[in-house]
Design a protein around this ligand. Structure first.
Ligand SMILES: *[C@@H]1O[C@H](CO)[C@@H](O)[C@H](O)[C@H]1NC(C)=O
Length: 294
C-alpha cells in the first residue's frame, strides 16, 4: 500500500513539472558531474609529487574487478599490482619479475657509465684498503633519483617504496654497479653490526637490487646461509653456494637484513658470484630503519 502512495506522488510531481524539463535537468547534472570529475583529476595529476602517479606505474584496468574503497588523502584510488615470488623466508627475500622495463634498465646503465669508480668497502676495525683488496672488485657510482634528469630512477624509487611500503625518505641514493668477467663480491652483511662497526644511529634494514642486464653465466646473488644451511662455521665467504638468484634484466630482488625486532638476521649474508660470461649491471637501493638525509 505504501509503495503505491509513493509512486503516486512521484508521478504526480513529474506530471506537474513536465517530462522535458526533468529530462533537461538530468542531462545538465550528468554533464556537470562528468566534466567536473575530468577537470578535477587533471588538476591533481599536474601537481608533481603530491600524488605519486599510478599512471607512471601499472595504470590499472582492474579497478572494475576489485571493488575499490575510497582511499585516504595520501592514498591511491587505483589498484597497484606488483607480482612477486617469495624466494625464501630465511632470509626474507622476494623476487619481482619484470619490475622495470628494458628501456628503464638501459637508461640507468647509460647514466651510470659516466661516473663509474672502483667500489669501496665499509671498513671494520683493523681493516685497510690494502688488506681488503679482492673482496669487492666491481665498479660503481652513487646516483640519487633527483640527479637523474630522465626521471627513470624517480619512477623506480617510487615503485620500490610501494613494494616495500617503506617511505622513499629511508633510502640511500642508488648504488649502480658493474661486474665484469671474474668480478665478484664476497659474502657479507648489508646491515652494520655494532660489535664490529661501533654503535649505529641508523642501520640498513633491507636491500632492493634491480638487475639491469642479463648475464650469460655467473653473477648470481647468493645467500649461502639460506634456511640456516652452511652455518657451522666452515663457510669461507668466497664459495658460491646456497640460494642463488640469477640476474635477469628488469627483475628485482628484495631482502631484509634486520628481523622485525631490529636485530640482524644472520641468514641475510649474501654475495655476488663471479661473472663467468657477459657483464652484470645492478642498481642497489639500501633502505634504512631511520630517515636518510643526504
Ligand atoms: C629477534 O628476533 C629473532 C627472530 O625472530 C629472534 O631469533 C631473536 O631472539 C630476537 N632477539 C631479541 C633480542 O629479541
Amino acid at each position: 500500500m505504501k509503495v503505491k502512495t509513493v509512486k503516486g506522488s512521484w508521478s504526480f510531481r513529474t506530471n506537474k513539472l513536465g517530462f522535458p524539463y526533468v529530462f533537461l535537468i538530468c542531462i545538465f547534472f550528468f554533464l556537470a558531474g562528468f566534466f567536473g570529475s575530468v577537470l578535477f583529476f587533471h588538476s591533481q595529476d599536474d601537481g608533481h609529487g603530491m600524488r605519486p602517479g599510478p599512471r607512471l606505474l601499472e595504470s590499472s584496468t582492474e579497478e572494475t574487478e576489485y571493488n575499490l574503497l575510497l582511499a585516504g588523502e595520501s592514498g591511491d584510488n587505483s589498484i597497484t599490482s606488483i607480482p612477486f615470488q617469495v624466494l625464501s623466508w630465511q632470509p626474507r627475500a622476494l623476487h619481482f619479475p619484470n619490475f622495470a622495463t628494458a628501456e628503464q634498465c638501459e637508461s640507468i646503465v647509460d647514466i651510470a657509465k659516466a661516473g663509474l669508480k672502483p667500489s669501496t668497502l665499509a671498513l671494520r676495525k683493523g681493516e685497510t684498503e690494502d688488506n681488503t683488496k679482492g673482496i669487492r672488485t666491481s665498479s660503481g657510482v652513487f646516483i640519487s633519483a633527483s640527479e637523474d634528469k630522465t626521471g627513470t630512477l624517480e619512477v623506480i624509487e617510487e615503485k620500490i617504496a610501494r613494494a616495500t611500503m617503506i617511505p622513499r625518505t629511508h633510502g640511500e641514493a642508488f648504488n649502480i654497479l658493474r661486474y665484469e668477467i671474474g668480478q665478484r663480491y664476497n659474502s657479507h652483511y648489508d646491515a652494520f653490526n655494532p660489535s664490529e662497526y661501533g654503535p649505529q644511529k641508523s642501520n640498513r634494514m633491507a636491500s632492493f637490487l634491480l638487475y639491469l642486464t642479463d648475464v650469460q653465466e655467473g653473477g648470481e646473488t647468493m645467500f649461502p646461509f639460506e634456511n640456516g644451511l652452511n652455518m657451522d662455521g666452515s663457510y669461507g665467504y668466497e664459495s658460491c653456494i646456497g640460494l642463488k638468484v640469477r640476474p635477469r634484466k628488469g627483475d628485482g630482488l628484495l631482502f631484509y637484513s634486520l628481523f622485525p625486532n631490529g636485530t640482524i638476521d644472520p641468514t641475510s649474508l649474501h654475495g655476488s658470484c663471479p661473472v663467468i660470461k657477459g657483464e652484470k649491471w645492478v642498481a642497489t637501493k639500501w633502505i634504512r630503519d631511520q630517515e636518510q638525509y643526504d
